[in-house]
Design a protein around this ligand. Structure first.
Ligand SMILES: *Cc1c(COP(=O)(O)O)cnc(C)c1O
Length: 439
């Protein structure tokens, strides 16, 4: 009966009214599909504001937020250092279309922590970064085919809307209409962690690049098995393909220095986004100087952007990375570990098939007994239980990603007390979700 009580106290009148109007103005009422709650059903809420670990919707409901704008907000909502930096820079103008010193400052910080990005180019979204990296890899190798993994998402550029995980899977669209088949055919896919399949493809088709999320977040949280990433490096080297890490989500999350530090494997090219803008629109792609020199104007590979390297976005990124010291990263990691451990204990107490894991401040769980190693396995988890759990958590004030196939995040603003409160609310939510199943 706790579910009924929590739900009754939970007023969503204003959110519903706004969403009703929004559906008339935007497809699905949203400006990015996952926001429509297609993966869990029910009505999305409209947010009013955020502070630290919390967000408040327009009806005044408070949530401890584990989505954090889908990853960027590693310091939590509205961190004073970021607000102050953006406001200070903004006084001098919002955009110039001329180099500013800020771009160089942010690039230096990134290169210091990820030295394999010897040279880079800022863009405004992860989609742009992944799309540009694919173009560059094709230009460098003189090859057309790309290999990606089922369940990995690399933004919505035409070449990548093939078996692209959460948003696409939740909608049941394996591919998108509007992508020319002639182009989609150049994107080959195989199961994550299936090195044998990669080897077979790479030896029969000349690949420009093998691209992956070094830890998958967009098909639910899925880790590479030991040897997988090392194997990809070897196969890429042996077949002349480039190895590309799409670290738009994992960058400055799974380890202080990203996937290279975590796995000891250096990619040829890397895409970053999300955290490096601290909630402002920034992404970047980069790698070896010899490769990046092929980008215009030094080289012939064209790529440009009116707002690329935008000073407000650079200021947001700089303030975020300055605050995200190794010590801070480690403490967010420790809190993530405590949440994940607590959730395992909770599930065991309720006798539910469950597994959860994390790397740094990125985490995830599935209602399934065995560890998930690829997207097909992820799809065998209990998504109906997930949906009930999501809603039960939400009415109790914990906002989890609204899809069984998304990762969760942690921020430096989430306190020990927040974790304790979250665990007690989630325990209650799981009880309600399970009793819902019986009824
Ligand atoms: C979010 C994401 C993208 C796309 O970034 P946008 O800024 O949403 O365009 C690309 N790759 C990965 C791994 C992502 O998580």
């Amino acid at each position: 009966m706790t579910a009924v009580t929590a739900a009754t106290m939970f007023d969503t009148t204003r959110s519903q009214a706004l969403m009703a109007r929004a559906r008339d103005r935007f497809p699905g009422g949203v400006n990015s599909p996952v926001r429509a709650f297609g993966g869990v059903g029910g009505e999305p809420f409209v947010v009013a504001r955020g502070a630290g670990s919390r967000i408040w919707d327009v009806d005044g409901n408070e949530y401890i937020d584990y989505v954090l704008s889908w990853g960027p907000l590693v310091l939590g909502h509205a961190p004073p250092a970021v607000l102050e930096a953006v406001q200070r820079v903004m006084q001098n103008g919002t955009s110039f279309g001329i180099p500013t010193g800020l771009e160089l400052e942010l690039a230096d910080v990134i290169a210091e922590r990820m030295p394999h990005l010897e040279m880079m180019r800022f863009v405004s979204s992860g989609t742009e970064a992944a799309m540009s990296v694919a173009r560059l890899a094709r230009a460098i190798t003189g090859r057309d085919h790309l290999l990606k993994f089922e369940g990995c998402y690399h933004g919505h550029a035409d070449s990548f809307l093939v078996k692209a995980g959460s948003g696409v899977a939740t909608l049941g669209l394996p591919n998108s209409p509007g992508v020319p088949s002639a182009l989609a055919e150049l994107t080959l896919t195989c199961a994550y962690n299936d090195l044998e399949a990669v080897e077979k493809i790479a030896r029969s088709v000349p690949l420009a690049a093998i691209l992956l999320e070094p830890i998958v977040g967009n098909g639910g949280y899925i880790e590479p098995v030991p040897g997988f990433i090392e194997g990809l490096r070897r196969i890429a080297d042996e077949t002349g393909a480039l190895l590309v890490f799409d670290e738009v989500m994992t960058g400055f999350r799974i380890a202080f220095g990203g996937a290279r530090e975590r796995f000891g494997v250096t990619p040829d090219l890397t895409a970053l986004g999300k955290v490096i803008g601290g909630g402002l629109p920034v992404a970047v792609y980069g790698g070896k100087r010899e490769y990046m020199s092929r980008v215009a104007p030094t080289g012939p590979v064209y790529q440009a952007g009116t707002l690329s390297g935008n000073p407000l976005a650079m200021a947001g990124g700089l303030a975020t990375l300055a605050a995200l010291t190794r010590e801070v990263h480690d403490s967010i990691t420790a809190r993530t570990a405590r949440l994940v451990h607590g959730m395992r204990t909770m599930a065991a107490r309720h006798g539910v098939p469950f597994n959860a894991s994390h790397s740094g401040s990125m985490w995830g769980f599935f209602f399934r007994e065995q560890t998930v190693t690829n997207f097909d396995e992820a799809k065998t988890s209990d998504t109906e239980l997930f949906k009930r759990f999501f809603h039960a958590a939400r009415v109790r004030g914990v906002y989890l990603a609204p899809s069984a196939f998304e990762a969760g995040f942690m921020s430096s603003a989430h306190s020990e007390a927040d974790i304790d409160l979250t665990l007690s609310k989630l325990d209650d939510a799981l009880g309600a979700a399970l009793s819902g199943a019986k009824g």
